[in-house]
Write a protein that binds this ligand. Structure first.
Ligand code: FAD
Length: 468
């Protein structure tokens, strides 16, 4: 079902007019804080800076969410990827096309997470996200919230530049003094928040060349597994309650650990009543992810099923080796899918039987699937660990490991494969005035944690702008 933005009922929010926190003196600042990237981290850094009476300059390589949605639909229909405007890049960041799960694996109860949830409610999220255990928004609600946050920032003097990619950083004697946009325009600032997300490969490469301290980081890779929603509801709710009204599409979380070799297999970013989507951002490299709308009512439920990787799985110890590892798998997935963005797929029972599928199970992936062998896409250890996990789960969750399931390739962007090294002030360890935040920093992941990380970074570093 395609969402026509004009159809979306934009609830009329009370114009937010809470006075700027009185105890924070606004200042006439010589240079304005700069934010690179307008995903959850960039958005919350901007909101926090505005709370201190500052007027950030925000640069986003992608487009406004309305135009971005047109590009995403165009990609699905005409199979022409726009490397600057897609599921990863554009206003609202990667999170805008997601299930919008707002819970994090790490610190659900931190005050920062609560502030993030409160802010989402302020900009239009349902109140219940403030008290239910596993809150989720859905992509339709997220996009409305992104527009409201945009208006709020602009109304308070923030400036947002779209189609504006940071292509260089001005660094001298270990200090950043500004950035270059689109290879031409210079913006000076002594406070640069780098909120790039996990897919800004060209920018990571540029920062590495510029001498910003970066290191490689282990990630997890694997498949997206999908079942009919009834199968998962039966698995989770049982025969008696599988159709119980109000229960909604069931969620699950599975993990398996091979203690001998210290590798794990786990489900990630599960989308009940959602769909498998093409989350690629580079020509010829196919990566999948999942999303859902607020009502989670599709006929399928899916999740990433990934295997933990180690630094020695990468071809070198270089800081960008993880990026190359990802690219390698994504290229193989693109080719195994036939090279027109169809997804390589294999019915689970054929994967276990080590045979390729003749008829593929129905699935939610809009760009089509092609029968393929997962062995042709992933390193051997990934296939072995997936097989081991399925063989373990065969007894425990027979409906999960059944002929209802299909595997689609490939899930590679579960986290950032690089870490931009930072100190306890969340500042780069070797370049002053540079604050790597959010998923692209390599220290956090997920919508809520990335936003919380941004709030923290501003809180720690804004004092330089506020005269005592
Ligand atoms: C399909 C999908 C579903 C997901 N589902 C969930 C979910 O349900 N729950 C959850 O918690 N997380 C989910 N995630 C992960 C979540 O989206 C990210 O963890 C989160 O968005 C990270 O926020 P961020 O601001 O750090 O980075 P991002 O959201 O990735 O934003 C980074 C922004 O920086 C911009 N940028 C990059 N390079 C440059 C440059 N050089 N110059 C200017 N701008 C630049 C990008 O265009 C992008 O808009 C999902 C991700 C995807 C792709």
């Amino acid at each position: 079902m395609e969402i026509i933005l004009s159809d979306l009922q934009i609830p009329n929010f009370p114009v937010y007019s809470e006075p700027i926190k009185a105890n924070r003196k606004t200042t006439s600042i010589k240079d304005r804080p700069v934010i690179v990237g307008f995903g959850p981290a960039g958005m919350f850094a901007a909101l926090e800076l505005i709370d201190y009476g500052l007027k950030p300059l925000i640069f986003e390589r992608g487009k406004k969410i309305e135009e971005r949605s047109v590009d995403v639909q165009k990609f699905i229909k005409e199979r022409e990827i726009n490397p600057e405007s897609n599921i990863q890049f554009g206003e609202g960041g990667a999170g805008s096309y997601s299930d919008g799960k707002l819970f994090s694996r790490r610190n659900n109860n931190s005050s920062y997470v609560n502030r993030v949830l409160k802010t989402f409610i302020k900009f239009g999220a349902p109140e219940e996200i403030g008290y239910i255990s596993k809150p989720h928004l859905g992509t339709d609600v997220l996009r409305t919230i992104v527009r409201n946050i945009r208006s709020y920032i602009l109304e308070r003097g923030g400036e947002i530049y779209y189609g504006s990619k940071m292509t260089d950083i001005l660094i001298s004697e270990g200090k950043a003094s500004g950035i270059i946009i689109n290879g031409e325009k210079e913006y000076l600032s002594s406070s640069i928040y780098i909120a790039l997300g996990h897919s800004a490969r060209d920018t990571f490469e540029m920062m590495h060349e510029k001498g910003v301290a970066i290191e490689q980081r282990p990630i997890s890779v694997g498949v997206r597994i999908e079942h009919p929603v009834e199968t998962i509801n039966l698995m989770r709710y049982g025969d008696k309650y599988k159709d119980f009204p109000g229960l909604g599409a069931a969620a699950y979380s599975l993990n398996y650990t091979n203690r001998k070799i210290q590798r794990g297999v786990y489900t990630f970013c599960m989308c009940p009543g959602g769909e498998v989507i093409n989350a690629s951002s580079n020509q010829g490299m196919l990566v999948l992810n999942g999303m859902s709308y607020s009502h989670r009512s599709s006929a399928f439920s899916n999740a990433a099923l990934v295997v933990t990787c180690r630094a020695d799985d990468y071809k070198s110890t270089g800081p960008l080796a993880g990026l190359e590892f990802q690219k390698d798998i994504e290229r193989k997935a693109f080719d195994a899918g036939g090279g027109r963005w169809e997804a390589p797929a294999q019915n689970l029972m054929d994967f276990l039987g080590e045979s390729s599928s003749v008829g593929l199970n129905k699935n939610s992936y809009k760009m089509g699937t092609v029968s393929a062998d997962m062995k042709d896409i992933f390193p051997a250890f990934v296939v072995e660990e997936l097989l081991a996990a399925f063989n373990k789960w065969k007894e425990e969750v027979p409906l999960f490991v059944s002929n209802h399931a299909i595997l689609l390739g490939a899930e590679t962007r579960t986290a950032s494969p690089v870490r931009i090294k930072r100190n306890e002030k969340l500042e780069s360890v070797n370049i002053k005035n540079l604050y790597p935040i959010g998923e692209g920093s390599g220290y956090t992941g997920g919508i809520t944690s990335s936003a919380a990380d941004a709030i923290k970074a501003v809180e720690i570093n804004v004092s330089r702008f506020i005269p005592c």
